[in-house]
Design a protein around this ligand. Structure first.
Ligand SMILES: *Cc1c(COP(=O)(O)O)cnc(C)c1O
Length: 220
């Protein structure tokens, strides 16, 4: 019951243009079904190995988003069904995704994860490395991935101004990359930023996709 209320409350706060990814990691299928029965269809998991059994046991019209770090050797398990990979952080990983996309005869939707936080522990490409990837010959020959935008995680801090500055940087990287490499592609349109503690700031700074876990499902 509380899950349905949380979803309603958050959905009401989001502009129509912002998609809500309900991050269900650590929660069992019966908890996910409460959000599903309330009408929600986009769910995020941070680990492929946790997503796979959930995908197998839950309704087929769920759109599964991978939001956490993805290991190359796990790509093949999610390639048949994944709706969006938010966390592409190397050319090597993108090559594997492209290969598995070919095997499954589909273009796999991806976001490039950019490192915007102060912490060194968070994954992601620098803006420069991201441009290098997009300018590489191997990227230009990939036919089975589709880059829909960028994702970033802000520093874990109470300093709202710092979070805002990091999100603002991500949005400016998005604009610049759109301009340089995707100006004629309407599919490059997403900036995935904002979690339970900072999604309002994310939206104010131009997020098109928020990834919210604990504010929907409770603490993990
Ligand atoms: C867990 C996770 C989220 C959701 O975090 P909450 O603080 O529970 O909203 C969002 N994005 C990523 C990459 C995550 O790993």
């Amino acid at each position: 019951m509380r899950i349905e209320e949380n979803l309603k409350k958050i959905t009401k706060e989001l502009p129509d243009s912002v998609k809500l990814v309900a991050v269900s990691k650590t929660h069992p299928p019966e908890v996910i079904m409460k959000a599903y029965d309330a009408g929600h269809r986009i769910f995020g998991e941070s680990k492929a190995q946790e997503m796979i059994p959930k995908q197998e046991s839950l309704p087929e019209d769920i759109q599964w988003h991978l939001v956490g770090h993805l290991q190359s050797n796990k790509v093949k398990y999610i390639a048949p069904f994944i709706a969006l990979i938010h966390s592409v952080d190397s050319l090597k990983l993108l090559k594997v995704i492209n290969k598995e996309g070919r095997k499954n005869n589909r273009k796999i939707p991806c976001l490039l994860q950019i490192h915007i936080a102060k912490e060194s522990s968070k994954f992601g490409l620098s803006f420069e490395a991201c441009c290098e990837l997009l300018e590489s010959e191997s990227f230009s020959s990939m036919e089975h991935v589709m880059i829909h935008g960028l994702m970033g995680m802000a520093t874990f801090t109470d300093d709202h101004q710092q979070v805002r500055d990091e999100f603002r940087a991500l949005k400016s990287y998005f604009d610049e990359i759109k301009n340089r490499y995707f100006s004629d592609q309407s599919s490059f349109s997403e900036t995935s930023m904002g979690m339970s503690d900072d999604y309002q700031i994310g939206i104010e700074e131009g997020s098109t996709m928020v990834r919210i876990g604990s504010a929907i499902f409770g603490n993990r």
